[in-house]
Design a protein around this ligand. Sequence first.
Ligand code: F6R
Length: 606
Amino acid sequence: MCGIVGALTGRPAAPLMLDALRRLEYRGYDSAGMATVVGDALHRRRAAGKLAELEAVLAADPLPGTSGIGHTRWATHGPPTAENAHPHVAGRVAVVHNGIIENHAELKAELKAEGVVFTSDTDTEVVAHLLDRAIRAGQTPQAAMAALMPRLTGAFAFVVLVAGEEDLLIAARRASPLAIGVGDGEAFVGSDAVALAPLTRRIVYLEDGDWAVVRRSGVQVFRDAGVPVQRREQISTVSAAMAGKGNYRHFMEKEIHEQPEAIAHTLHAVLDSGTGAATIPAPLDAATIPKITIVAAGTSYYAGLTGRYWLESLAGIATEVELASEFRDRDAVLPEGGVTIAVSQSGESLDTLMALRRAKALGQKTLAIVNVPESTIAREADGVLLTRAGPEFGVASTKATTAQLTAFCSLAVALGRKHGRLSEERAAELRRALAGVPGRVGEVLQREAQYQRVARELAHSRDVLYLGRGLSYPIALEGALKLKEITYIHAEGYAAGEMKHGPIALIDEKMPVVVLAPSDGWFEKTASNVAEVRARGGRVILLTDAAGAERLAEKDDHVMILPDVEPVVAPILYAVPVQLLAYYAAVEKGTDADQPRNLAKSVTVE
Ligand code: F6R
Protein backbone atom coordinates (compact mmCIF):
# COMPACT_ATOMS: atom_id res chain seq x y z
CA MET A 1 0.00 0.00 0.00
CA CYS A 2 2.45 2.62 -1.18
CA GLY A 3 6.18 2.25 -0.76
CA ILE A 4 8.19 5.07 0.74
CA VAL A 5 11.92 5.78 0.86
CA GLY A 6 14.18 8.50 2.16
CA ALA A 7 17.93 8.97 1.78
CA LEU A 8 20.60 11.17 3.30
CA THR A 9 23.81 10.23 1.54
CA GLY A 10 26.99 11.61 0.04
CA ARG A 11 25.99 10.23 -3.39
CA PRO A 12 23.34 11.34 -5.86
CA ALA A 13 20.12 10.39 -4.04
CA ALA A 14 17.75 9.91 -7.00
CA PRO A 15 19.29 6.77 -8.62
CA LEU A 16 19.67 5.16 -5.23
CA MET A 17 16.05 5.92 -4.30
CA LEU A 18 14.80 4.68 -7.66
CA ASP A 19 16.54 1.39 -7.02
CA ALA A 20 14.98 1.15 -3.54
CA LEU A 21 11.54 2.01 -4.96
CA ARG A 22 11.89 -0.89 -7.42
CA ARG A 23 12.07 -3.20 -4.43
CA LEU A 24 8.94 -1.55 -3.04
CA GLU A 25 6.89 -1.55 -6.22
CA TYR A 26 5.04 -4.62 -4.93
CA ARG A 27 3.32 -2.23 -2.48
CA GLY A 28 1.76 -0.07 -5.17
CA TYR A 29 2.46 0.89 -8.74
CA ASP A 30 -0.09 3.36 -10.06
CA SER A 31 2.13 6.47 -9.90
CA ALA A 32 5.48 7.48 -8.43
CA GLY A 33 7.57 10.47 -7.51
CA MET A 34 10.64 11.86 -5.77
CA ALA A 35 11.85 15.08 -4.22
CA THR A 36 15.35 16.21 -3.26
CA VAL A 37 16.65 19.22 -1.39
CA VAL A 38 19.63 21.34 -2.46
CA GLY A 39 20.27 24.35 -0.24
CA ASP A 40 17.03 26.23 0.11
CA ALA A 41 15.32 24.61 -2.89
CA LEU A 42 13.13 21.53 -3.13
CA HIS A 43 13.18 19.71 -6.49
CA ARG A 44 10.46 17.28 -7.48
CA ARG A 45 9.62 14.83 -10.30
CA ARG A 46 6.40 12.81 -10.56
CA ALA A 47 4.69 10.55 -13.08
CA ALA A 48 1.45 8.63 -13.39
CA GLY A 49 1.83 4.88 -14.07
CA LYS A 50 4.50 2.42 -13.05
CA LEU A 51 7.97 3.30 -11.87
CA ALA A 52 9.30 3.01 -15.42
CA GLU A 53 7.39 6.24 -16.20
CA LEU A 54 9.14 8.09 -13.39
CA GLU A 55 12.44 6.64 -14.55
CA ALA A 56 11.85 8.14 -17.99
CA VAL A 57 11.01 11.52 -16.45
CA LEU A 58 14.21 11.39 -14.37
CA ALA A 59 16.29 10.40 -17.38
CA ALA A 60 15.01 13.44 -19.27
CA ASP A 61 15.21 15.77 -16.31
CA PRO A 62 17.53 14.41 -13.56
CA LEU A 63 17.09 15.37 -9.93
CA PRO A 64 20.09 16.99 -8.22
CA GLY A 65 21.08 16.46 -4.62
CA THR A 66 22.18 13.88 -2.09
CA SER A 67 19.13 14.08 0.20
CA GLY A 68 15.62 13.12 -0.78
CA ILE A 69 12.38 11.18 -0.46
CA GLY A 70 10.54 8.90 -2.92
CA HIS A 71 7.22 7.12 -3.30
CA THR A 72 5.41 4.47 -5.30
CA ARG A 73 1.64 4.78 -4.90
CA TRP A 74 -1.48 2.68 -4.48
CA ALA A 75 -4.24 5.25 -4.68
CA THR A 76 -6.69 5.71 -1.82
CA HIS A 77 -7.70 9.40 -2.00
CA GLY A 78 -7.71 10.74 -5.53
CA PRO A 79 -7.12 8.98 -8.86
CA PRO A 80 -3.60 7.90 -9.89
CA THR A 81 -2.61 11.08 -11.74
CA ALA A 82 0.72 12.92 -11.68
CA GLU A 83 -0.95 15.67 -9.57
CA ASN A 84 -1.93 13.15 -6.91
CA ALA A 85 1.44 11.37 -7.00
CA HIS A 86 3.71 11.93 -4.02
CA PRO A 87 5.77 13.78 -2.81
CA HIS A 88 3.30 16.52 -1.95
CA VAL A 89 4.92 19.88 -1.47
CA ALA A 90 3.69 22.87 0.48
CA GLY A 91 6.10 25.81 0.77
CA ARG A 92 9.25 24.48 2.45
CA VAL A 93 7.94 20.95 3.10
CA ALA A 94 7.72 17.78 0.96
CA VAL A 95 5.97 14.62 2.19
CA VAL A 96 5.65 10.99 1.07
CA HIS A 97 2.96 8.99 2.80
CA ASN A 98 1.55 5.48 3.10
CA GLY A 99 -1.84 4.85 4.73
CA ILE A 100 -4.70 7.21 5.51
CA ILE A 101 -4.93 10.42 7.55
CA GLU A 102 -8.51 9.83 8.69
CA ASN A 103 -9.22 13.37 9.89
CA HIS A 104 -7.88 14.94 6.71
CA ALA A 105 -11.24 16.52 5.80
CA GLU A 106 -11.41 18.44 9.06
CA LEU A 107 -7.76 19.54 8.80
CA LYS A 108 -8.27 20.53 5.18
CA ALA A 109 -11.28 22.67 6.11
CA GLU A 110 -9.21 24.43 8.76
CA LEU A 111 -6.41 25.18 6.29
CA LYS A 112 -8.80 26.26 3.54
CA ALA A 113 -10.41 28.71 5.94
CA GLU A 114 -6.95 30.29 6.24
CA GLY A 115 -6.71 30.59 2.47
CA VAL A 116 -4.54 27.54 1.76
CA VAL A 117 -5.00 26.25 -1.80
CA PHE A 118 -4.73 22.51 -2.30
CA THR A 119 -3.22 21.11 -5.47
CA SER A 120 -4.19 17.43 -5.09
CA ASP A 121 -7.14 15.28 -4.00
CA THR A 122 -5.02 13.41 -1.46
CA ASP A 123 -5.29 13.23 2.30
CA THR A 124 -1.48 13.57 2.41
CA GLU A 125 -1.29 17.19 1.40
CA VAL A 126 -2.65 18.39 4.77
CA VAL A 127 0.51 17.09 6.46
CA ALA A 128 2.73 19.16 4.16
CA HIS A 129 0.63 22.31 4.73
CA LEU A 130 0.39 21.93 8.50
CA LEU A 131 4.15 21.45 8.86
CA ASP A 132 4.91 24.31 6.46
CA ARG A 133 2.58 26.63 8.37
CA ALA A 134 4.33 25.82 11.65
CA ILE A 135 7.84 26.21 10.18
CA ARG A 136 6.93 29.52 8.57
CA ALA A 137 5.66 30.65 11.97
CA GLY A 138 9.17 30.11 13.33
CA GLN A 139 9.04 26.57 14.72
CA THR A 140 11.86 24.11 14.07
CA PRO A 141 10.84 21.12 11.89
CA GLN A 142 11.14 18.90 14.98
CA ALA A 143 8.89 21.15 17.08
CA ALA A 144 6.41 21.38 14.20
CA MET A 145 6.30 17.58 14.01
CA ALA A 146 5.87 17.22 17.78
CA ALA A 147 2.88 19.53 17.59
CA LEU A 148 1.44 17.79 14.54
CA MET A 149 1.54 14.15 15.65
CA PRO A 150 -1.20 14.36 18.31
CA ARG A 151 -3.46 16.07 15.75
CA LEU A 152 -3.40 13.21 13.23
CA THR A 153 -5.72 10.23 13.34
CA GLY A 154 -5.56 7.10 11.20
CA ALA A 155 -3.03 4.47 10.24
CA PHE A 156 -0.09 5.87 8.35
CA ALA A 157 3.65 6.21 7.80
CA PHE A 158 5.26 9.26 6.28
CA VAL A 159 8.63 10.89 5.64
CA VAL A 160 9.20 14.63 5.51
CA LEU A 161 11.91 16.62 3.70
CA VAL A 162 12.40 20.33 4.47
CA ALA A 163 13.93 23.05 2.28
CA GLY A 164 17.20 24.32 3.73
CA GLU A 165 17.69 21.06 5.69
CA GLU A 166 20.00 18.80 3.70
CA ASP A 167 20.77 16.68 6.75
CA LEU A 168 17.26 15.97 7.98
CA LEU A 169 14.41 13.58 7.38
CA ILE A 170 11.48 13.29 9.74
CA ALA A 171 9.77 9.91 9.70
CA ALA A 172 6.60 8.84 11.48
CA ARG A 173 4.60 5.65 11.78
CA ARG A 174 1.25 4.73 13.19
CA ALA A 175 0.25 1.15 12.30
CA SER A 176 1.85 1.26 8.82
CA PRO A 177 5.41 -0.12 8.81
CA LEU A 178 8.59 1.93 8.57
CA ALA A 179 12.26 1.00 8.90
CA ILE A 180 15.22 3.34 9.33
CA GLY A 181 18.54 2.24 7.87
CA VAL A 182 21.74 3.36 9.55
CA GLY A 183 24.72 3.60 7.21
CA ASP A 184 28.29 4.81 7.46
CA GLY A 185 27.74 8.56 7.45
CA GLU A 186 24.47 7.90 5.62
CA ALA A 187 20.89 7.28 6.73
CA PHE A 188 17.86 5.86 4.97
CA VAL A 189 14.17 5.29 5.51
CA GLY A 190 12.08 2.59 3.82
CA SER A 191 8.74 0.84 4.08
CA ASP A 192 10.67 -2.36 4.71
CA ALA A 193 14.20 -3.61 5.27
CA VAL A 194 14.30 -5.31 1.84
CA ALA A 195 14.10 -1.90 0.16
CA LEU A 196 17.19 -0.86 2.09
CA ALA A 197 19.06 -4.18 1.79
CA PRO A 198 21.84 -3.08 -0.63
CA LEU A 199 22.30 0.16 1.32
CA THR A 200 22.57 -1.11 4.88
CA ARG A 201 21.62 -4.05 7.07
CA ARG A 202 21.58 -1.95 10.26
CA ILE A 203 17.91 -1.25 10.87
CA VAL A 204 15.97 0.63 13.53
CA TYR A 205 12.29 -0.39 13.35
CA LEU A 206 9.92 2.33 14.49
CA GLU A 207 7.23 1.11 16.87
CA ASP A 208 3.61 2.00 16.40
CA GLY A 209 3.19 5.69 17.31
CA ASP A 210 6.91 6.57 17.03
CA TRP A 211 8.36 9.37 15.00
CA ALA A 212 12.02 10.02 14.34
CA VAL A 213 14.49 12.73 13.49
CA VAL A 214 16.94 11.15 11.05
CA ARG A 215 20.35 12.65 10.31
CA ARG A 216 23.49 11.23 8.71
CA SER A 217 25.04 11.03 12.18
CA GLY A 218 22.16 9.06 13.76
CA VAL A 219 18.51 8.69 14.66
CA GLN A 220 16.48 10.09 17.55
CA VAL A 221 13.10 8.50 18.19
CA PHE A 222 10.16 10.16 19.92
CA ARG A 223 6.57 9.43 20.82
CA ASP A 224 3.49 11.62 20.80
CA ALA A 225 4.33 15.26 21.33
CA GLY A 226 8.08 14.64 21.61
CA VAL A 227 8.86 12.24 24.46
CA PRO A 228 12.24 10.63 23.58
CA VAL A 229 12.39 6.81 23.47
CA GLN A 230 15.16 4.30 22.79
CA ARG A 231 14.82 1.86 19.87
CA ARG A 232 17.36 -0.88 19.37
CA GLU A 233 19.34 -1.20 16.13
CA GLN A 234 18.92 -4.67 14.59
CA ILE A 235 20.86 -6.47 11.88
CA SER A 236 18.48 -7.42 9.09
CA THR A 237 18.82 -10.88 7.59
CA VAL A 238 17.28 -10.01 4.23
CA SER A 239 19.51 -9.59 1.22
CA ALA A 240 19.04 -7.61 -1.98
CA ALA A 241 19.27 -10.85 -3.98
CA MET A 242 15.97 -11.89 -2.37
CA ALA A 243 14.33 -8.95 -4.08
CA GLY A 244 15.38 -10.10 -7.56
CA LYS A 245 13.52 -12.29 -10.08
CA GLY A 246 16.55 -14.38 -11.02
CA ASN A 247 15.88 -16.12 -14.34
CA TYR A 248 12.11 -16.01 -13.97
CA ARG A 249 9.76 -13.71 -15.83
CA HIS A 250 7.76 -12.86 -12.74
CA PHE A 251 8.18 -12.95 -8.99
CA MET A 252 5.07 -15.11 -8.90
CA GLU A 253 6.70 -17.73 -11.12
CA LYS A 254 9.89 -17.65 -9.04
CA GLU A 255 7.94 -17.89 -5.79
CA ILE A 256 5.84 -20.81 -7.05
CA HIS A 257 9.10 -22.62 -7.76
CA GLU A 258 10.53 -21.75 -4.36
CA GLN A 259 7.79 -23.71 -2.59
CA PRO A 260 9.70 -26.93 -1.93
CA GLU A 261 12.27 -24.89 0.04
CA ALA A 262 9.65 -22.65 1.66
CA ILE A 263 7.79 -25.70 2.96
CA ALA A 264 10.98 -27.52 3.99
CA HIS A 265 12.34 -24.46 5.83
CA THR A 266 9.02 -23.94 7.60
CA LEU A 267 8.96 -27.58 8.67
CA HIS A 268 12.53 -27.36 9.83
CA ALA A 269 11.75 -24.27 11.89
CA VAL A 270 8.58 -25.59 13.54
CA LEU A 271 9.71 -29.17 14.19
CA ASP A 272 11.95 -30.00 17.12
CA SER A 273 15.05 -31.66 15.67
CA GLY A 274 15.24 -34.10 18.59
CA THR A 275 11.65 -35.36 18.81
CA GLY A 276 10.54 -34.43 15.29
CA ALA A 277 7.35 -32.99 16.82
CA ALA A 278 6.31 -29.37 16.32
CA THR A 279 7.10 -27.07 19.18
CA ILE A 280 3.83 -25.64 20.41
CA PRO A 281 4.23 -21.88 20.78
CA ALA A 282 2.61 -19.93 23.60
CA PRO A 283 -0.29 -19.37 24.12
CA LEU A 284 -1.33 -22.63 22.44
CA ASP A 285 0.73 -24.53 25.02
CA ALA A 286 -2.01 -24.01 27.64
CA ALA A 287 -3.39 -27.16 29.28
CA THR A 288 -6.86 -26.54 27.85
CA ILE A 289 -8.03 -24.31 25.03
CA PRO A 290 -11.80 -23.75 24.93
CA LYS A 291 -11.72 -22.27 21.44
CA ILE A 292 -9.36 -21.04 18.74
CA THR A 293 -10.43 -18.07 16.61
CA ILE A 294 -8.44 -17.58 13.43
CA VAL A 295 -8.46 -14.08 11.92
CA ALA A 296 -6.99 -13.26 8.51
CA ALA A 297 -7.65 -11.75 5.09
CA GLY A 298 -7.64 -13.07 1.52
CA THR A 299 -5.42 -16.04 0.89
CA SER A 300 -4.31 -16.12 4.52
CA TYR A 301 -7.99 -16.49 5.45
CA TYR A 302 -8.24 -19.54 3.19
CA ALA A 303 -5.14 -20.98 4.86
CA GLY A 304 -7.00 -20.38 8.13
CA LEU A 305 -10.07 -22.24 6.82
CA THR A 306 -7.85 -25.23 6.07
CA GLY A 307 -6.25 -24.80 9.49
CA ARG A 308 -9.69 -25.17 11.07
CA TYR A 309 -10.21 -28.59 9.49
CA TRP A 310 -6.87 -29.75 10.89
CA LEU A 311 -7.28 -28.20 14.35
CA GLU A 312 -10.72 -29.74 14.72
CA SER A 313 -10.03 -33.17 13.28
CA LEU A 314 -6.46 -33.74 14.48
CA ALA A 315 -6.45 -31.80 17.75
CA GLY A 316 -10.16 -31.79 18.63
CA ILE A 317 -10.14 -28.07 19.41
CA ALA A 318 -13.23 -25.99 18.59
CA THR A 319 -12.11 -23.51 15.92
CA GLU A 320 -13.74 -20.58 14.13
CA VAL A 321 -12.26 -18.68 11.20
CA GLU A 322 -13.14 -15.02 10.77
CA LEU A 323 -12.51 -12.48 8.06
CA ALA A 324 -10.38 -9.92 9.89
CA SER A 325 -12.22 -6.99 8.32
CA GLU A 326 -15.52 -8.26 9.75
CA PHE A 327 -14.27 -9.60 13.08
CA ARG A 328 -12.63 -6.33 14.06
CA ASP A 329 -15.94 -4.48 14.22
CA ARG A 330 -18.16 -7.30 15.48
CA ASP A 331 -19.26 -8.01 19.00
CA ALA A 332 -17.82 -11.51 18.92
CA VAL A 333 -18.48 -13.61 21.99
CA LEU A 334 -15.27 -15.41 22.88
CA PRO A 335 -14.67 -17.73 25.80
CA GLU A 336 -12.25 -17.02 28.61
CA GLY A 337 -8.92 -18.69 27.93
CA GLY A 338 -9.58 -18.72 24.20
CA VAL A 339 -6.74 -18.16 21.74
CA THR A 340 -6.89 -15.98 18.63
CA ILE A 341 -4.48 -16.77 15.80
CA ALA A 342 -3.76 -13.92 13.37
CA VAL A 343 -2.47 -15.28 10.05
CA SER A 344 -0.64 -12.93 7.72
CA GLN A 345 2.18 -13.16 5.21
CA SER A 346 3.21 -9.54 5.62
CA GLY A 347 2.30 -9.22 9.28
CA GLU A 348 1.07 -5.75 8.33
CA SER A 349 -2.45 -6.16 6.87
CA LEU A 350 -4.32 -3.49 8.77
CA ASP A 351 -7.55 -5.46 9.03
CA THR A 352 -5.69 -8.40 10.56
CA LEU A 353 -3.75 -6.15 12.91
CA MET A 354 -6.97 -4.49 14.07
CA ALA A 355 -8.61 -7.91 14.51
CA LEU A 356 -5.65 -8.99 16.63
CA ARG A 357 -6.02 -5.89 18.79
CA ARG A 358 -9.76 -6.51 19.06
CA ALA A 359 -9.14 -10.08 20.19
CA LYS A 360 -6.72 -8.81 22.83
CA ALA A 361 -9.28 -6.28 24.00
CA LEU A 362 -11.77 -9.15 24.30
CA GLY A 363 -9.37 -10.91 26.67
CA GLN A 364 -8.01 -13.50 24.24
CA LYS A 365 -4.43 -14.70 24.21
CA THR A 366 -2.94 -14.24 20.76
CA LEU A 367 -0.62 -16.05 18.39
CA ALA A 368 0.70 -14.68 15.09
CA ILE A 369 1.47 -16.96 12.15
CA VAL A 370 3.48 -14.55 10.02
CA ASN A 371 6.23 -14.57 7.41
CA VAL A 372 7.93 -11.31 8.36
CA PRO A 373 9.57 -11.55 11.79
CA GLU A 374 9.86 -7.79 12.35
CA SER A 375 6.25 -7.09 11.38
CA THR A 376 3.76 -5.30 13.58
CA ILE A 377 1.51 -8.34 13.99
CA ALA A 378 4.51 -10.46 15.04
CA ARG A 379 5.52 -7.85 17.57
CA GLU A 380 2.06 -7.35 19.04
CA ALA A 381 0.96 -10.97 19.43
CA ASP A 382 1.67 -12.88 22.64
CA GLY A 383 3.34 -15.68 20.69
CA VAL A 384 4.72 -16.08 17.17
CA LEU A 385 4.99 -18.97 14.77
CA LEU A 386 7.15 -17.90 11.86
CA THR A 387 6.67 -19.30 8.42
CA ARG A 388 9.99 -19.43 6.59
CA ALA A 389 8.96 -18.72 3.03
CA GLY A 390 11.44 -15.84 2.65
CA PRO A 391 10.37 -12.45 1.27
CA GLU A 392 7.37 -12.70 -1.06
CA PHE A 393 6.99 -9.98 -3.70
CA GLY A 394 4.40 -11.34 -6.14
CA VAL A 395 1.11 -9.67 -5.27
CA ALA A 396 -0.62 -13.06 -5.42
CA SER A 397 0.57 -15.02 -2.44
CA THR A 398 2.01 -18.46 -3.28
CA LYS A 399 4.94 -19.75 -1.23
CA ALA A 400 3.75 -17.92 1.88
CA THR A 401 0.41 -19.74 1.57
CA THR A 402 1.87 -23.23 1.39
CA ALA A 403 4.19 -22.28 4.26
CA GLN A 404 1.15 -21.17 6.31
CA LEU A 405 -0.61 -24.45 5.52
CA THR A 406 2.51 -26.37 6.56
CA ALA A 407 2.68 -24.45 9.84
CA PHE A 408 -1.01 -25.10 10.58
CA CYS A 409 -0.78 -28.80 9.81
CA SER A 410 2.38 -29.31 11.91
CA LEU A 411 0.80 -27.38 14.76
CA ALA A 412 -2.43 -29.39 14.62
CA VAL A 413 -0.47 -32.67 14.70
CA ALA A 414 1.51 -31.48 17.74
CA LEU A 415 -1.67 -30.31 19.50
CA GLY A 416 -3.40 -33.57 18.64
CA ARG A 417 -0.59 -35.45 20.30
CA LYS A 418 -0.51 -33.16 23.34
CA HIS A 419 -4.25 -33.41 23.93
CA GLY A 420 -4.26 -37.18 23.41
CA ARG A 421 -6.33 -37.10 20.24
CA LEU A 422 -3.61 -38.69 18.09
CA SER A 423 -1.60 -41.80 18.91
CA GLU A 424 2.17 -41.44 18.65
CA GLU A 425 2.07 -43.83 15.72
CA ARG A 426 -0.47 -41.74 13.79
CA ALA A 427 1.33 -38.49 14.66
CA ALA A 428 4.62 -39.97 13.40
CA GLU A 429 2.87 -41.07 10.20
CA LEU A 430 1.57 -37.53 9.63
CA ARG A 431 4.97 -36.01 10.36
CA ARG A 432 6.51 -38.32 7.77
CA ALA A 433 3.81 -37.26 5.30
CA LEU A 434 4.61 -33.61 6.00
CA ALA A 435 8.32 -34.24 5.54
CA GLY A 436 7.52 -35.71 2.11
CA VAL A 437 5.53 -32.68 0.91
CA PRO A 438 8.48 -30.61 -0.43
CA GLY A 439 9.45 -33.56 -2.66
CA ARG A 440 5.87 -34.05 -3.89
CA VAL A 441 5.55 -30.32 -4.64
CA GLY A 442 8.78 -30.64 -6.63
CA GLU A 443 7.13 -33.41 -8.67
CA VAL A 444 4.09 -31.20 -9.39
CA LEU A 445 6.43 -28.46 -10.59
CA GLN A 446 8.26 -30.87 -12.88
CA ARG A 447 4.96 -31.50 -14.64
CA GLU A 448 4.00 -27.86 -14.99
CA ALA A 449 3.77 -28.05 -18.79
CA GLN A 450 0.38 -29.79 -18.45
CA TYR A 451 -0.97 -26.91 -16.34
CA GLN A 452 0.36 -24.48 -18.90
CA ARG A 453 -1.60 -26.27 -21.65
CA VAL A 454 -4.88 -26.25 -19.72
CA ALA A 455 -4.32 -22.67 -18.58
CA ARG A 456 -4.19 -21.59 -22.22
CA GLU A 457 -7.77 -22.78 -22.57
CA LEU A 458 -8.84 -21.37 -19.21
CA ALA A 459 -7.49 -17.95 -20.20
CA HIS A 460 -10.23 -17.62 -22.81
CA SER A 461 -13.11 -18.37 -20.44
CA ARG A 462 -15.45 -15.76 -19.12
CA ASP A 463 -16.22 -17.56 -15.87
CA VAL A 464 -14.61 -20.47 -14.05
CA LEU A 465 -15.94 -22.51 -11.16
CA TYR A 466 -13.66 -24.24 -8.61
CA LEU A 467 -15.13 -27.07 -6.53
CA GLY A 468 -13.78 -28.96 -3.54
CA ARG A 469 -15.10 -30.70 -0.46
CA GLY A 470 -13.72 -30.91 3.05
CA LEU A 471 -10.00 -30.14 3.09
CA SER A 472 -10.13 -29.27 -0.62
CA TYR A 473 -12.87 -26.66 -0.20
CA PRO A 474 -10.60 -23.81 0.98
CA ILE A 475 -8.20 -24.65 -1.87
CA ALA A 476 -11.11 -24.27 -4.32
CA LEU A 477 -11.70 -20.79 -2.85
CA GLU A 478 -7.99 -20.07 -3.14
CA GLY A 479 -7.89 -21.25 -6.76
CA ALA A 480 -10.73 -18.92 -7.71
CA LEU A 481 -9.11 -15.97 -5.92
CA LYS A 482 -5.76 -16.59 -7.62
CA LEU A 483 -7.39 -16.73 -11.05
CA LYS A 484 -9.53 -13.63 -10.66
CA GLU A 485 -6.87 -11.44 -9.12
CA ILE A 486 -4.23 -11.94 -11.81
CA THR A 487 -6.31 -12.70 -14.95
CA TYR A 488 -9.48 -10.66 -14.21
CA ILE A 489 -11.53 -13.72 -15.21
CA HIS A 490 -14.59 -14.09 -13.04
CA ALA A 491 -14.12 -17.17 -10.86
CA GLU A 492 -16.01 -18.65 -7.92
CA GLY A 493 -14.87 -21.22 -5.41
CA TYR A 494 -17.61 -23.41 -4.00
CA ALA A 495 -17.99 -26.26 -1.58
CA ALA A 496 -18.82 -29.04 -4.06
CA GLY A 497 -21.90 -30.07 -2.08
CA GLU A 498 -23.23 -26.53 -2.12
CA MET A 499 -23.24 -26.32 -5.92
CA LYS A 500 -26.69 -27.86 -6.22
CA HIS A 501 -28.07 -25.10 -3.98
CA GLY A 502 -27.59 -22.43 -6.61
CA PRO A 503 -24.39 -22.16 -8.65
CA ILE A 504 -25.32 -25.23 -10.69
CA ALA A 505 -27.56 -22.85 -12.64
CA LEU A 506 -24.42 -21.25 -14.08
CA ILE A 507 -23.12 -24.43 -15.66
CA ASP A 508 -23.21 -24.81 -19.41
CA GLU A 509 -20.75 -26.03 -22.05
CA LYS A 510 -18.79 -22.77 -21.82
CA MET A 511 -18.12 -23.10 -18.11
CA PRO A 512 -14.85 -24.80 -17.09
CA VAL A 513 -15.16 -26.41 -13.67
CA VAL A 514 -11.92 -27.10 -11.84
CA VAL A 515 -12.50 -29.97 -9.43
CA LEU A 516 -10.09 -30.71 -6.59
CA ALA A 517 -10.55 -34.38 -5.79
CA PRO A 518 -7.73 -36.19 -4.02
CA SER A 519 -8.61 -39.76 -2.97
CA ASP A 520 -9.82 -38.91 0.52
CA GLY A 521 -12.92 -39.37 2.65
CA TRP A 522 -14.84 -36.82 0.58
CA PHE A 523 -13.94 -38.32 -2.80
CA GLU A 524 -17.16 -40.27 -3.48
CA LYS A 525 -19.38 -37.31 -2.78
CA THR A 526 -17.22 -35.04 -4.94
CA ALA A 527 -17.50 -37.65 -7.70
CA SER A 528 -21.32 -37.30 -7.58
CA ASN A 529 -20.99 -33.53 -7.94
CA VAL A 530 -18.71 -34.03 -10.95
CA ALA A 531 -21.40 -36.20 -12.52
CA GLU A 532 -23.89 -33.34 -11.97
CA VAL A 533 -21.54 -30.95 -13.77
CA ARG A 534 -21.07 -33.31 -16.71
CA ALA A 535 -24.82 -33.90 -16.97
CA ARG A 536 -25.19 -30.15 -17.63
CA GLY A 537 -22.45 -29.97 -20.23
CA GLY A 538 -19.78 -28.36 -17.98
CA ARG A 539 -16.09 -28.83 -18.93
CA VAL A 540 -14.33 -30.70 -16.13
CA ILE A 541 -10.71 -29.97 -15.23
CA LEU A 542 -9.87 -32.64 -12.72
CA LEU A 543 -7.06 -32.36 -10.20
CA THR A 544 -6.68 -35.74 -8.58
CA ASP A 545 -4.26 -38.62 -7.94
CA ALA A 546 -3.76 -41.77 -10.01
CA ALA A 547 -6.45 -43.74 -8.14
CA GLY A 548 -8.89 -40.81 -8.39
CA ALA A 549 -8.28 -40.49 -12.12
CA GLU A 550 -8.89 -44.21 -12.57
CA ARG A 551 -12.26 -43.95 -10.86
CA LEU A 552 -13.48 -40.57 -12.02
CA ALA A 553 -11.87 -39.33 -15.24
CA GLU A 554 -13.81 -39.38 -18.50
CA LYS A 555 -12.47 -38.89 -21.97
CA ASP A 556 -13.58 -35.26 -22.36
CA ASP A 557 -12.06 -34.14 -19.10
CA HIS A 558 -8.72 -32.45 -18.64
CA VAL A 559 -7.11 -34.65 -16.03
CA MET A 560 -4.12 -33.56 -14.03
CA ILE A 561 -2.65 -36.32 -11.92
CA LEU A 562 -0.89 -35.28 -8.74
CA PRO A 563 1.46 -37.47 -6.71
CA ASP A 564 -0.10 -39.73 -4.07
CA VAL A 565 0.00 -38.24 -0.61
CA GLU A 566 -1.53 -38.89 2.77
CA PRO A 567 -4.94 -37.13 2.37
CA VAL A 568 -4.39 -34.99 5.47
CA VAL A 569 -1.51 -33.10 3.82
CA ALA A 570 -3.12 -32.98 0.36
CA PRO A 571 -4.23 -29.29 0.62
CA ILE A 572 -0.59 -28.19 0.74
CA LEU A 573 0.09 -30.07 -2.49
CA TYR A 574 -3.16 -29.12 -4.27
CA ALA A 575 -2.57 -25.42 -3.58
CA VAL A 576 0.26 -25.56 -6.13
CA PRO A 577 -1.61 -26.56 -9.34
CA VAL A 578 -4.24 -23.87 -8.77
CA GLN A 579 -1.42 -21.33 -8.62
CA LEU A 580 0.09 -22.73 -11.83
CA LEU A 581 -3.27 -22.60 -13.64
CA ALA A 582 -3.77 -18.96 -12.63
CA TYR A 583 -0.19 -17.97 -13.40
CA TYR A 584 -0.11 -19.50 -16.89
CA ALA A 585 -3.58 -18.17 -17.68
CA ALA A 586 -2.24 -14.69 -16.84
CA VAL A 587 0.77 -15.25 -19.07
CA GLU A 588 -1.54 -16.39 -21.88
CA LYS A 589 -3.81 -13.36 -21.43
CA GLY A 590 -0.86 -11.00 -21.15
CA THR A 591 -1.89 -9.53 -17.81
CA ASP A 592 0.87 -8.63 -15.35
CA ALA A 593 0.88 -11.42 -12.77
CA ASP A 594 3.13 -9.48 -10.41
CA GLN A 595 1.34 -6.21 -10.65
CA PRO A 596 -2.34 -6.89 -11.37
CA ARG A 597 -4.55 -3.84 -11.73
CA ASN A 598 -6.00 -2.20 -8.61
CA LEU A 599 -4.11 -4.46 -6.24
CA ALA A 600 -1.10 -4.11 -4.00
CA LYS A 601 0.64 -6.40 -1.61
CA SER A 602 0.46 -5.67 2.09
CA VAL A 603 -2.84 -3.87 2.49
CA THR A 604 -2.26 -1.30 5.21
CA VAL A 605 -5.50 0.59 4.74
CA GLU A 606 -8.92 -0.36 6.07
C1 F6R B 1 -4.04 -13.09 -2.61
C2 F6R B 1 -3.31 -12.36 -1.58
C3 F6R B 1 -4.10 -11.55 -0.61
C4 F6R B 1 -3.45 -11.63 0.79
C5 F6R B 1 -4.20 -10.72 1.76
C6 F6R B 1 -3.64 -10.84 3.17
O1 F6R B 1 -3.18 -13.82 -3.42
O2 F6R B 1 -2.11 -12.39 -1.53
O3 F6R B 1 -5.43 -11.96 -0.57
O4 F6R B 1 -3.49 -12.96 1.22
O5 F6R B 1 -4.12 -9.40 1.34
O6 F6R B 1 -2.30 -10.47 3.21
P1 F6R B 1 -1.38 -10.89 4.42
O7 F6R B 1 -1.26 -12.37 4.40
O8 F6R B 1 -0.07 -10.21 4.17
O9 F6R B 1 -2.05 -10.41 5.66
